[in-house]
Design a protein around this ligand. Structure first.
Ligand code: GRG
Length: 299
């Protein structure tokens, strides 16, 4: 197959990339204050897994959507940090030998390689309640905190991320259809993105219509993200992605169903749909539109 160009220069937006990187530093600072810092092996492994890497894309969605509704910056950042704790847990567990068995994550040895399997399991176990603790102590009315906790519990639990991961395991070695894949990806990736985008609206006590618009945007973004993740797994390099590539060659993926050109075209169409969901916010949503383009060209 001829190499396919994933990054049309017209989509490159270096000012957005810079903004995302600066935001990532800000989130890192907040995470530093949230994570326990004793010399215990568990705490050390938690910090190793959460800090010093990651695009912080889901956190950025929380931040940007919070800006629509003038949420206090400290509260938006803490909610965004909670999302990143969950993201880190899911990656630590996904890398384990009994899951995706991946030795490299964010350009460094996966948690179970740097420490060992049992510690990596416990790191994930500890990050989940820490995320809920952060949400429960936000400076926001109790019903808002409760809503965030309820929604997060839903999207990462047995009808969300964990269910999606279970489906993923079940699809290995099968002739899964595109529809199977799409359902699995909705649970594993889409609804967590949906939560990230919607959480600013929850924090800002937005209308149901505004919440729904942001959730739809996030879910569609998650779908395009997963598609491009498959694309990069087939065509990227470990050096620029910070994780092994070509891991999914034996798995059913969007890439082997659709082929690279078709996949990219479909991902672009989904990004366009995601952007359409933001119509209700008019010019306020410029930055979230940029995130959608970033999905197609991340480096
Ligand atoms: C273990 C319950 C459980 C779930 C794991 C996160 C996940 C589910 C699997 C990771 C494997 C994968 C390719 C998932 C789909 C795309 C994805 C979520 C990639 C990782 O997210 P990025 O690229 O990572 O945003 P960073 O490092 O930037 O945070």
């Amino acid at each position: 197959m001829a190499p396919f160009q994933p990054s049309p220069p017209t989509l490159k937006n270096s000012s957005f990339n810079t903004r995302l990187r600066i935001f990532a530093q800000e989130i890192e600072r907040v995470l530093e204050t949230i994570l326990p810092a004793s010399a215990s092996r568990l705490h050390e492994a938690m910090r190793y897994s959460v800090l010093g890497g990651g695009k912080r894309l889901r956190a950025y969605l929380v931040w940007e959507s919070s800006q629509f509704f003038s949420v206090a910056p400290t509260q938006a950042l803490r909610a965004a940090a909670a999302v990143e704790l969950i993201q880190a847990y899911s990656l630590v567990h996904d890398d384990l030998p009994c899951m995706d068995n991946s030795d490299l994550r964010r350009g460094k040895p996966s948690c179970h390689i740097a420490f060992e399997d049992a510690t990596a399991v416990l790191v994930g176990d500890a990050l989940i309640p820490l995320a809920f603790q952060v949400l429960s102590t936000l400076e926001a009315p109790a019903e808002i905190r409760l809503k965030l906790i309820e929604e997060l519990g839903h999207v990462i639990g047995c009808q969300g991320l964990v269910a999606g991961q279970m489906m993923d395991l079940g699809l290995e070695g099968t002739r899964a259809t595109l529809e199977d894949l799409s359902i699995q990806e909705y649970y594993k990736t889409g609804i967590f993105f949906g939560f990230a985008a919607e959480s600013g609206a929850i924090l800002g006590e937005a209308s149901p219509q505004q919440r729904e618009a942001l959730r739809s945007y996030g879910i569609l973004l998650g779908k395009a993200f997963q598609m491009m993740d498959d694309w990069f797994d087939g065509w990227g390099t470990a050096e620029n992605l910070g994780k092994p590539c070509g891991q999914d060659t034996l798995k059913v993926t969007y890439l082997n169903h659709l082929g690279p050109d078709n996949l990219y075209t479909k991902a672009k169409a989904i990004v366009a749909q995601a952007i359409e969901s933001l119509d209700v916010f008019d010019h306020k949503a410029a930055s979230l539109r940029e995130v959608a383009f970033f999905i197609l060209q991340r480096d």
